[in-house]
Design a protein around this ligand. Structure first.
Ligand SMILES: [Zn+2]
Length: 139
């Protein structure tokens, strides 16, 4: 899910695009271009590319890969990522990743065992082949 918003330059609040003044601080939004943001549907976890250019929320059950459920446009730039590279699972307060790929998945540089759910800790860097991401608690 995503939606268009105007992000207030003064206070950072995301305003719906029909608002020309910030709901929180009254700042003039009329010159701020709308941007598309991902909606958090109650997800406890978030994945962000190490450069910070893309991110997605993880509810559990998502596959990442060139034909995955999340960030597929972004990971398509890699020749090394499998079509269904890995899958995330989420329990009450934990997140796990299972690798299915040819070129592997690493957590903080250590390759994980294929076809086995492996826990990720908040702040870990997870790399799918040559593409690295940070896993954190969602806001
Ligand atoms: Zn504001």
């Amino acid at each position: 899910m995503s939606r268009e918003v105007r992000i207030c330059e003064n206070c950072g609040v995301k305003n719906t695009i029909d608002k020309l003044e910030c709901e929180a601080c009254g700042y003039d939004l009329s010159f701020i271009a709308p941007v598309t943001v991902e909606e958090n549907n109650g997800a406890k976890w978030k994945i962000t590319s190490t450069g910070g250019s893309v991110s997605a929320f993880i509810l559990g059950g998502e596959t990442i890969g060139r034909e995955g459920d999340i960030l597929s446009d972004y990971v398509n730039d890699s020749d090394y990522i499998s079509r269904k590279h890995a899958r995330f699972e989420v329990t009450d307060d934990k997140i796990f990743v299972t690798d299915f790929s040819t070129n592997g998945t690493t957590i903080n540089g250590v390759r994980i065992e294929k076809n086995k759910m492996t826990e990720i800790n908040p702040g870990d860097e997870v790399a799918f082949a040559d593409m690295a991401f940070l896993i954190e608690h969602a806001d």
